[in-house]
Design a protein around this ligand. Sequence first.
Ligand SMILES: *Cc1c(COP(=O)(O)O)cnc(C)c1O
Length: 352
Amino acid sequence: MSSTLQIQRIKESKRSLVDFDNLQFGSQFSDHMFVCDYKDGSWQNPSIEPYAPISLDPSAKIFHYGQSIFEGMKAYKDEQKNTLLFRPLDNIKRLNISAKRLVIPEFPEDLFMQGLTELLKIDDQWIPTKEGSSLYIRPFIFATGSGFHASPSTEYKLIIATAPSGAYFAGKVRVLIEEHYARSANGGVGFAKAGGNYAGQFYPTQLAIEKGYNQVIWTDDTSHEYIEEAGAMNIFIRINDTLLTSPTSDRILDGITRKSIIQIAKDAGISVDIRKVTVNEVIAAAKSGELKELFGAGTAAVISPIAAFGYQGTDYDLPDLENSYASLLKKKITDIQTNKSEDPYGWRVLIK
Ligand SMILES: *Cc1c(COP(=O)(O)O)cnc(C)c1O
């Protein structure tokens, strides 16, 4: 591995073309990207270069066999304009867990942090400072090697691209509990952030949207009796004053937001129960009034409260609570991320 980072700066920044007061999520991209190629058995020639289209052979394996994985993380500015990351080593470790499952060569943790650090310094002006906004960071690796035979590629590309993003506002989310389709299966790749997992979710999600919902609540693939995830987020269920979430598994992604919420909730004195939760139990709690909250948890939205859910043709509304766990926990986690509170866990990483 050669880790001398080559830096090629953009001739003219595109920053003045972006309206930082009206940022969408992940739709405008910073000036530079970090790129590293794998060939002849090693990751080589790491570089930072202008964000630009790439060219690939039509037989590149990514197009045919979907060898592709990604991560999602964010950089924040605190009031002193320091750049902060949140648990970044957990992202690189998970990238490598995904890599292993897709037979993609693992990426060195130190080179990842070195490349990301330099990229954040070069594109410092792209990190939004407005409350609730952040620089969304998308590391991904895909197979660039050519050939129509169904076998792992011998060449790959890692890119880290970034997108200044506004607060992710989903509004009142209505979800449909899935009874037929599944996003993952035992022995499958659901625990990995593999591109194909999301392609497979689009169709059932589209059907749910046609029925007037925004998202699907995934249930287990065999019995559809257990609640597993909310779209591309982990799910939390509050019954009375207990917060429930499914244990991670082959099928359920080990979210960094999920595990941070579990820790923060426990330390705030909230009782957290990590166990399988049945759809029937949630319906019964909704009927008896014991179901207080449902929310999704993931890097993009942090916490996304669910206002209503549908199951077998019936809709169930959730109460509009004033002091919800969702808002309490969201504030606690974002305060840690943005240096507005102490970080007793050592999750924040200062970029210098
Ligand atoms: C990325 C992702 C999550 C959330 O993970 P975070 O580390 O919290 O961003 C949850 N479920 C799925 C399926 C995901 O892809």
